[in-house]
Every structure is written in C-alpha cells, then in structure tokens.
Design a protein around this ligand. Structure first.
Ligand code: NAD
Ligand code: DAU
Length: 351
C-alpha cells in the first residue's frame, strides 16, 4: 500500500480517487481534518477496503511510526499542509507547525522506518513531497518561467514554510540517502476545491449573487493546472522520477486573475444565466490587494515532459468548463462546506 498524507484535502482527495481508478493498491490516508479536510470528498470510497482512513497529525511521530510499522507502505506521498496564502498572512504559526515542523517529524518517522526495511523494500521505497511553484518567488512580465534551477525566493509565510520543507526533504536525501522526490506545481483547480481559493470562491459567490473580489488590479498572473493532471504527474514521478530530483509541474496556462474570473462569468452566463439578464461580470468588485502579493508565477514544465513523458491532458478552456459544471451539480457538497468556520473566514478576510 501507499501512505497519503492530507488525503482529505483538495488535491489529496482527488489523488486518492484517481489512484483507485487506476490501481488496486490500497491507500492509507492520514489527515488531521483541519478546516480544509473533508471526508465527504471520499464518500464514494466509504465501503471500499482499499481506502483506510486515520485521523492524525503528520507531526505525531508515535502515531506515524506505528502506522508505518503496521501497514508497511512502499511509499509516502506528502500532501498534508496549511495551503492558503491569505490565512498564512493572518496567522503564520500553523504553517510553520505543519509545513515545517510536521514535515520534519514525518521525515524522521520515514527515515527510521526505511532504515529497518530489507534491501529490496529499501530500494523500492519512495518519499514524495508535494510542493508548490510559490517557493521560487515572483516574476516580472517578461521573465522566463521557473525551472528546477531557479533559486528559491519565497515571499509569503506560506511559501517560506513550503520552501523550508523542500529543503528538509532535499537534506534527508543528501545526508541520509532517503529516497525522496519533490514536485513543485502551479495553481490547481477542479472538483473539491475549498472555496477560500479564487476559482471556487468566485464560482460560489457568483451563483449566490455576491461580489467577486479581485485583489488589486487583477493583473496578477498564475499558471493553472486541472487537478487530475497534477494527480497524473505525481503518479508518473512516483513511478519513474529520479531519486533526489525535483520536477516542476504546470499547465502551460498563464492567465491574469481578471481573465480567469471573466471566463468563469462567461461560462455561467451560458449555463446558468442571471434572471435579470445581466452578465455575472457585473458582480466583479476590486478590493484591497493581498500584502506582498506575488505578481506572476509561470512554470517551465519541460523537464517532466522530456524525462518522464508527462504533459497535461486538459487545456484551461476544457478544465474550467468541467469545474463550473461540477460546482453546479454538487450543490450539497457546497452547502456542507460553507460552515460556520468558513463564514468567519470570509468576514475576517473580506469585511
Ligand atoms: P488543502 O488545504 O485543500 O488540504 C490540505 C489537507 O492537509 C487537509 O485535508 C488538511 O486536513 C490536511 N492537514 C493539514 N495539516 C495536517 C497535519 N498536520 N497532519 C495531517 N494532515 C493535515 O491543500 P491542497 O490544495 O490540497 O494542497 C495539497 C498540497 O499541495 C499542499 O502541500 C500544497 O502546498 C500543495 N500544492 C497545492 C497547490 C494548489 O493549487 N492547491 C498547488 C501546488 C502545490
Ligand atoms: O501556485 C501554487 C499555489 O496556488 C499553491 O501553492 C497554494 O496552496 C494555492 O492556494 C495557490 O495559491 P494562490 O495564492 O495563487 O491561490 P489563490 O486562489 O488564493 O489566489 C489566486 C490568485 O487570485 C492570487 O493572485 C490572489 C488572487 N485572489 C485570490 C482570492 C482568494 C483574488 O484576487 N481574490 C480573492 O478573493
């Protein structure tokens, strides 16, 4: 089996669902179920013996060591993290705790487990760390895209905590020989995306007749990747990645935020027109910018395509349409997610 951490979150749950459509290899899912963790994402696996869920912290060395000894996974895939930049600005401590200290403890547990494996299991074992393009900092409009050789220059408490965890993962390979792999991916979107992030927030607000908040001038650029494509890239790196290497993962889809939100509005105008006949674009509202807001991210995903033969299947146009339709068809998931904690967050961030 494989151990997936953070498997009740957005990408982790997509990864598990995708994994189990491709393979019968069981998944042990360790997730603390923070505000971002939602077992409803995995409700289709409720009676599936291939999915074993454990509520717990990656930083709980005793628990993780027991799980490793009992289930003997051949790989750990570490998705668990605090992931929202705006929350890291309001309260960085949880980010240091989970992303830095938690990853450190997880590495220690994995190292101790790996050291005791027999030679064959030892050489087959993998620790795959899921990271972000934000560790590279920000780009000007005409700068070349981030490659794996771009120096780290994180600008937010979130990206600094992810950068720290990447460095620890790297060090555990160089110092102890732990067989690690790291992926640095661009912005994901798709089903089960928690509606604190730009795309699901604007989709839900649009359908609820609320303002669509655009930070600053809306000309910040992100490179968007459909989440299923990210899952495929992780599977490929796990199977064929070279130990100790990092792989940039991206969609070759650079878009300014305002363009993204305009596209969402146009798809909604077509699929679910407003009763007053106006475009959803009328709900776009420019709000105060994010402090330290990175202007542009762009991923050069040449290495993973050249060395591992991976490239994205979805264009932004096909992926975003699927996403809009998913949110329209999954209103009960949305209703359950929009809890008290979520409303408190919206008040804190947008009031
Ligand atoms: P998410 O916030 O939706 O999910 C994170 C999950 O981790 C949640 O289920 C949460 O309960 C769990 N978790 C948090 N702290 C934990 C802990 N201490 N122990 C165990 N579980 C814990 O995040 P996501 O968007 O799915 O991102 C997953 C990973 O991918 C993160 O490491 C993130 O940095 C990285 N990433 C995300 C994106 C993106 O666009 N969302 C892009 C690139 C990389
Ligand atoms: O690049 C990968 C990163 O993408 C991941 O590492 C992070 O975990 C993930 O959250 C995401 O970070 P971003 O900060 O880019 O995503 P977010 O959806 O929060 O914001 C996308 C862009 O939209 C960003 O430029 C900020 C802007 N924005 C966001 C919100 C929530 C707005 O203009 N208005 C908003 O209300």
């Amino acid at each position: 089996m494989i151990l997936v951490t953070g498997g009740a979150g957005f990408i982790g749950s997509n990864f598990i669902l995708d994994w189990l459509t491709q393979s019968d290899e069981a998944v042990l899912n360790l997730d603390l179920l923070t505000y971002a963790g939602n077992l409803e994402n995995l409700s289709s696996l409720q009676d599936d013996p291939r999915h074993v869920f454990v509520k717990g912290d990656i930083g709980d060395t005793k628990l993780v060591s027991e799980l490793l000894d009992k289930h003997k996974p051949r790989a750990v895939i570490n998705f668990a993290a605090e992931s929202h930049v705006d929350r890291s600005i309001h309260g960085p401590e949880d980010f240091i705790q989970t992303n830095v200290v938690g990853t450190f403890h997880l590495l220690e547990s994995a190292r101790a487990y790996w050291a005791e494996l027999d030679e064959e299991a030892k050489s087959d074992f993998r620790f795959l760390h899921v990271s972000t393009d934000e560790v590279y900092g920000t780009l000007g409009n005409s700068d070349p895209a981030f490659t794996e050789a771009t120096p780290y220059a994180p600008n937010s408490p979130y990206s600094a905590s992810k950068a720290a965890s990447d460095h620890l993962v790297r060090a555990y390979h160089h110092t102890y020989g732990l067989p690690v792999l790291t992926t640095n991916c661009s912005n994901n979107y798709g089903p089960y995306h928690f509606p604190e992030k730009l795309i699901p927030l604007c989709l839900l607000n649009a359908m609820a007749g609320k303002p669509l908040p655009i930070y600053g001038d809306g000309q910040q650029v992100r490179d968007w990747l459909f989440v299923k494509d990210h899952c495929g890239a992780i599977r490929r790196v796990l199977a064929e990645g070279k130990l100790g290497e990092t792989y940039n993962v991206g969609g070759w889809n650079e878009k300014a935020n305002l363009n993204v939100v305009n596209t969402l509005c146009e798809i909604l105008d077509e699929l679910k027109p407003r009763e007053d006949g106006l475009s959803y674009k009328a709900q776009i509202t420019f709000v105060k910018d994010r402090p330290g807001h990175d202007r542009r991210y762009a991923i050069d995903a040449t290495k993973i395509e050249r060395d591992l033969g991976w490239k994205p299947q979805e264009t932004f146009e096909t992926g975003i349409r699927k996403t809009v339709i998913w949110y329209m068809e999954n209103q009960s998931w949305v209703a359950n997610v929009v809890s008290g904690e979520y409303r408190q967050w919206l008040n804190k961030q947008y009031s």
